[in-house]
Write a protein that binds this ligand. Structure first.
Ligand SMILES: Nc1nc2c(c(=O)[nH]1)N(C=O)[C@@H](CNc1ccc(C(=O)N[C@@H](CCC(=O)O)C(=O)O)cc1)CN2
Ligand SMILES: Nc1ncnc2c1ncn2[C@@H]1O[C@H](COP(=O)(O)OP(=O)(O)OP(=O)(O)O)[C@@H](O)[C@H]1O
Length: 190
């Protein structure tokens, strides 16, 4: 029997609340290193990252690394009119404020069309070997990714890599899953 989405969210959320901040930082650094070893990351000119909340892998280091490599970076920003997330460019001089769901967002977003983005680093509550992703439940990334032609890379700690994630029709699998121990390439559908 597959666990329901709600049940997996609860199990992982409990594990996330007890993470040691030092472990989280150290392990996030290893994940950032692993992500940099991906060929698709190396060849990307524009990458979308995220501003971490509640026990998520912290990608803060990666923004500066991207800029020093000449890559542009973006993060999701909430559009209150459409109630969907869009991508906005982030530079070293971007000013942030606390946005929707308590996540940092740029004060004056400079929107980037998804077609300008080569790779999206996707946060998740859990991922499975087929690249299926369980998110926080808003369906926001699912909606963004449904119109995205580029590479998607799931970002998680090993404890979030589970046997199976229940899938819905709208769920789009990611192309890779990067954790602290490895970069997993998701096998293409046969
Ligand atoms: N860092 C980060 N940015 C992101 C996402 C994400 O998962 N992580 N999103 C991914 O789509 C979008 C925001 N979606 C979100 C959806 C729900 C909740 C949330 O807190 N929901 C429940 C609690 C569930 C939980 O903690 O797991 C709540 O409202 O209380 C947060 C963000 C866009 N930006
Ligand atoms: N591409 C889409 N188009 C329309 N509705 C969608 C789409 N993707 C997801 N939804 C809706 O959003 C809701 C939440 O979906 P789901 O439980 O898969 O979220 P999630 O992937 O865990 O969340 P998130 O992507 O925000 O992290 C569902 O009611 C689903 O029907």
């Amino acid at each position: 029997m597959t666990l329901t989405k709600q049940k997996i969210r609860k199990t992982i959320a409990t594990k996330r609340t007890v993470l040691d901040p030092q472990w989280l930082e150290k392990t996030s650094t290893r994940i950032v290193e692993n992500l940099q070893s991906l060929e698709e990351f190396q060849s990307s000119e524009t990458v979308a990252l995220y501003k971490a909340i509640g026990g998520e892998v912290n990608l803060e280091l990666l923004f500066e690394i991207c800029w020093s490599l000449g890559k542009r970076t973006a993060i999701p920003v909430f559009n209150p009119e459409t109630r969907i997330y869009e991508m906005a460019e982030i530079t070293a001089s971007t000013a942030f404020e606390i946005g929707n769901y308590g996540i940092q967002e740029p004060v004056s977003p400079c929107l980037l069309p998804l077609s300008d983005i080569d790779l999206i680093a996707v946060p998740g509550v859990a991922f499975d070997p087929s690249g299926n992703r369980l998110g926080r439940g808003g369906g926001y990334y699912d909606r963004m990714l449904s119109g995205f032609p580029g590479i998607t890379t799931g970002i998680c700690f090993d404890f979030q890599y589970v046997e199976t994630v229940p899938v819905d029709l709208h769920d789009r699998p990611v192309d890779h899953i990067v954790s602290e121990t490895k970069c997993r390439k998701v096998p293409k559908e046969r």
